[in-house]
Design a protein around this ligand. Structure first.
Ligand SMILES: C[S@@+](CC[C@H](N)C(=O)[O-])C[C@H]1O[C@@H](n2cnc3c(N)ncnc32)[C@H](O)[C@@H]1O
Length: 422
């Protein structure tokens, strides 16, 4: 298949990548026809209720609520991360029946949903028109929809947009780079895009086979990307500043084992490709900055659980108060000075025993009393990522001593002289 305006220079990085990502597509399928006729085909094959499903999406009303949770969590996570100003201008790319455009409109944003399918756009319009309750900060909806093939053309708009969201969309395009370019031309230079979709499954797994089957049945492209491919797609399209995320949602009991599971989900799971990207480094810095401020004791030493906000001592040292247990995780740290101190023996008039564990093995026991309540430990680590638990049975609350502060405090931790693995 050859797309209009797509130069066929076999050696260009873009063409090599397009050949790579499209190699698994079944041949002799008219993908545009499939995308335009998807809803009709679905109704013919699976029944009329699919119209209703598209109108109430993402509220499946299942027996299986999982897809609803995933869609809604991902949407909320992205909206929270984008941190849009009130009344921003947002594009819902490949909007389908328009649920993202609708909810963004409810939040008071001006939204434009774009899709190749006239039938889906008709449902999207119906969804908004049939809701008599516009957002409370406006007297009217500012949600509109447009039929457009985003691979072939740039939509005509009066004003550029602040952000574009691609929910389960990018993997449907034969040439995702062309789509990113077309969308980027109606974004402000400091505009941000958010992409949220599944990661390419391993070859010959049931998910992989299911995607092939769907492509043959409906003539729609179901070909997710590997993380590496998506990074290349973004770079070639000029979105050189990006940050990938892993979602963790739900309610968690406050214990280390659960925290450990959450930690592993964040660092090892790769079911999703969720990414924020921009062409402008300055515009993007705010997202990366948010990340960097995320509970770090020091560069390379993350706080998993247990510590309160950072404070600065009168001598200018940065430290954190911890409750009776805290857990740190190091990344690429070879050696560091861990500074431990405590006011606990002064308040409780009891000795305080603090135990340190590295990767679940006892590392050191420290005894503090009213005479000696500070210590600097030189900790050398064997592997580039370690879990460090610091545990004490004693604690106190300033509130017990008629102060306003109701935290439960046990010891203070800080770091100095950190050496990184190279
Ligand atoms: C899986 S659906 C996702 C729809 C919507 N974002 C949602 O979450 O419900 C993918 C959408 O991409 C649209 N699409 C596919 N090719 C397109 C193209 N060339 N231009 C615009 N939209 C396209 C499809 O019509 C479909 O609505």
């Amino acid at each position: 298949m050859k797309l209009k305006g797509w130069k066929n220079n076999k050696d260009s990085e873009e063409d090599k990548l397009l050949n790579e990502i499209n190699a698994i597509l079944p041949s002799n399928i008219d993908w545009k026809k499939g995308a335009k006729a998807y809803l009709r085909q679905l109704v013919e094959k699976k029944g009329e209720h699919n119209i209703r499903y598209h109108l109430i999406k993402p509220f499946l009303g299942g027996p299986d609520f999982n897809p609803f949770f995933i869609d809604f969590y991902n949407f909320l996570n992205i909206v929270q991360k984008l941190d849009l100003e009130m009344k921003s201008r947002v594009i819902d790319v490949g909007c389908g029946s328009g649920w993202l455009a609708y909810y963004l409109g409810k939040m008071g944003h001006t939204t434009l949903g774009i899709d190749i399918s006239e039938e889906l756009i008709e449902l999207a319009r119906k969804r908004v028109e049939s809701d008599p309750y516009p957002p409370f900060i406006e007297f009217d909806w500012k949600v509109s929809f447009m039929v457009c093939d985003l691979e072939e053309s740039t939509p005509r708009v009066d004003e550029p947009f602040d952000a574009a969201i691609f929910e389960s969309v990018l993997h449907h395009f034969y040439n995702p780079i062309a789509v990113l370019r077309n969308v980027s031309s109606i974004l402000k230079p400091e505009g941000v895009i958010a992409i949220s979709e599944g990661h390419m499954p391993e070859k010959n797994t049931s998910n992989f086979k299911e995607n092939l089957e769907l492509m043959r049945t409906y003539g729609t492209i179901e070909r997710p990307f590997t993380r590496k491919q998506l990074k290349q797609i973004l770079s070639i399209a000029g979105f050189n500043h990006f940050q990938f995320y892993n979602p963790v949602n739900g309610l968690f009991t406050q214990n280390h084992r659960i925290a450990e599971r959450v930690y592993r989900t964040i660092v090892t799971d790769n079911y999703f490709n969720i990414v924020l990207a921009s062409r402008s480094e300055t515009a993007f810095r705010k997202y990366v900055q948010q990340e960097k401020d995320y509970d770090m004791l020091e560069s390379g030493i993350h706080i998993v659980t247990g510590c309160y906000e950072r404070e600065t001592s009168p001598e200018g040292k940065i430290y954190r108060w911890s409750g009776p247990e805290c857990r740190l995780r190091t990344e690429n740290v070879k050696r560091f000075d861990l500074v431990l101190s405590s006011h606990c023996p002064h308040y409780t008039h009891q000795p305080q025993c603090i135990r340190i564990f590295i990767d679940n093995s006892p590392y050191q026991t420290i005894d503090f009393d009213e005479e000696k309540s500070t210590l600097s430990l030189d900790i050398a680590l064997n592997s580039s990522s370690c879990i460090i638990d610091i545990v004490s049975e004693n604690c106190f609350s300033p509130k017990w001593y008629q102060q306003m502060d109701s935290r439960l405090l046990s010891f203070m931790i800080g770091c100095e002289h950190i050496k990184l693995f190279k």
